[in-house]
Structures are given as structure tokens and as C-alpha cells.
Write a protein that binds this ligand. Structure first.
Ligand code: HEC
Ligand code: HEC
Length: 190
């Protein structure tokens, strides 16, 4: 019994130390480890990409959308249609497609304990299977105030799907309002 509890406290200590080293990377405690734990365990944003093959294959033409931005059923749809991928072909050898589908499905919004993933899931009806992040009701609601001047007619943006044009920490999976900089317009005060 004693051995078990000292093993448990060692584990707890390492978790705390891990948290502290993690927190020291962040300049703002809102993203810190402790506030994440205290705020009901849900991490803000979406989980960052951990798969180098995904970054290479799905980040060469556009922003590598994190798996937690769409439900598993949407990723299956996207991956089933790679030869007609939004008007382009992004076909992959079948074994690569299978591996990437597996990664996307396992890390999809359905299963992610991240705030944005949960909001995206909550906004969707069970029968909705959008192929675009930008077609999820949550996304549409969050972006409806943006003007054409800021997006379509903005030479540095062009498409609303170009997340990283405005969200300065999008690649880390962080989309908080304070980190938004719209090229030519600046920050976003709401
Ligand atoms: C050959 C270039 C190319 C490659 C490679 C590619 N895509 Fe795309 N993708 C596109 C184009 C073009 C669009 C449409 C852009 C637009 O109109 O917003 C797009 C759009 C998307 C969108 C919708 C974005 C939105 O929310 O509006 C998703 C999701 C997506 N791609 C996922 C993937 C995944 C997953 C892979 C890897 C298997 C991948 N893409 C590889 C060209 C590519
Ligand atoms: C043209 C700039 C622009 C682009 C491109 C853009 N966003 Fe945004 N996004 C914004 C702005 C501005 C807001 C804040 C809107 C508001 O609060 O009224 C926002 C809000 C958000 C939010 C909610 C943040 C919060 O704190 O409530 C998320 C999540 C998000 N965007 C994700 C994305 C993703 C994912 C993409 C790409 C598929 C994307 N955005 C593309 C400008 C942009």
C-alpha cells in the first residue's frame, strides 16, 4: 500500500512539473496548463497536428486543418473524394490515404476534449456532414461579421478557408480573438 501511494505521488509530482514547464512556454496564463485544468479540463482551441505525414500531404496546398475542426464522418467524406478535391486532385497512394484517414478519424472533433471541437460538434445536426470547416454552423456564426473587403477582396486573404491569414497562432491550434490580425485591418475588437 505504501509503495503504491509513493508511486502515485511521484506520478503526481511529474505531472505538476510537466505542467510547470509547459506553462513557462506560454506568455499568457489563459493558455497555461493550470488554467486549462481549472477550467473544467477542456483545452482551448483544437489539438495541434502531431503527424508529419499529414503536414506534408495535407499542408502543401493550404493550411493543414487540424483533425479536431471536423467530425469523423466529414473526414471520411473528404478522404473518399480526393480525386475530386474541391475542383483539384489530391489523390494519394491508397496506403497513405488509409493512414491519413485513420489519423483524422481518431483525432476528429467527436472525440476531442478541446473547446473549439466541442463547439463545432454542438453546432452540427447529426445528419450534417460538411466537407468544409468553413461550412460548419459554428464557423459561419463566428465569421458572419467579416466584410468582403476583409476577405474576398483582400489581396492577403482571398478565401475564408485561409485560417492562418488572420489567426496568427492557427498552426498551434489556437484561434482566440486576441490573436487575430486581419491583414490591412489589424486586430479584432468585439
Ligand atoms: C493539390 C492541392 C491540395 C492538396 C494536396 C490538398 N488540398 Fe485540401 N483543398 C484544396 C483546395 C483547392 C481547396 C479549396 C479551397 C477553398 O476554396 O477554400 C481545399 C479545401 C480543403 C478543405 C476545406 C476547407 C474549408 O473549410 O473551407 C479541407 C477540409 C481540406 N482541403 C482537407 C485536405 C486534406 C485532409 C488533405 C490531405 C489528404 C488536403 N486537403 C490536400 C487543395 C488541396
Ligand atoms: C479574414 C480573417 C479570418 C480568416 C481567414 C479566418 N478567421 Fe476565424 N475569425 C476571424 C475573426 C475576425 C473572428 C472573431 C469574430 C467575432 O468574434 O465576431 C474569428 C473567430 C474565429 C473563431 C472563434 C474564436 C473565439 O474566440 O470565439 C474560431 C474558432 C475561428 N475563427 C477559426 C477559424 C478557422 C478554423 C479558419 C479557417 C478555416 C478561420 N477562422 C479563418 C477572422 C478570420
Amino acid at each position: 500500500m505504501k509503495q503504491i501511494s509513493s508511486a502515485a505521488s511521484l506520478l503526481l509530482l511529474s505531472i505538476i512539473m510537466l505542467g510547470m514547464s509547459n506553462a513557462s512556454f506560454s506568455d499568457d496564463d489563459k493558455h497555461g496548463f493550470f488554467s486549462r485544468i481549472l477550467s473544467s479540463g477542456k483545452t482551448p482551441g483544437v489539438a495541434p497536428i502531431t503527424n508529419p505525414q499529414y503536414l506534408e500531404e495535407c499542408g502543401s496546398c493550404h493550411f493543414p486543418y487540424q483533425p479536431g475542426l471536423l467530425p469523423a464522418r466529414s473526414w471520411r467524406r473528404v478522404m473518399a473524394d480526393l480525386e475530386d478535391h474541391f475542383g483539384e486532385s489530391s489523390e494519394l497512394p491508397p496506403e497513405d490515404a488509409t493512414k491519413l484517414t485513420d489519423y483524422l478519424v481518431k483525432n476528429a472533433a467527436d472525440y476531442a476534449n478541446y473547446k473549439r471541437s466541442k463547439k463545432i460538434m454542438r453546432s452540427l445536426h447529426p445528419h450534417q456532414t460538411p466537407k468544409r470547416v468553413s461550412e460548419t454552423p459554428y464557423f459561419i456564426k463566428e465569421h458572419h461579421e467579416l466584410s468582403r473587403k476583409m476577405v474576398q477582396n483582400n489581396p492577403k486573404v482571398g478565401l475564408i478557408s485561409k485560417c492562418q491569414a488572420c489567426h496568427t497562432r492557427a498552426e498551434e491550434g489556437s484561434f482566440s480573438e486576441r490573436e487575430i490580425l486581419i491583414p490591412g485591418f489589424g486586430g479584432w475588437d468585439d
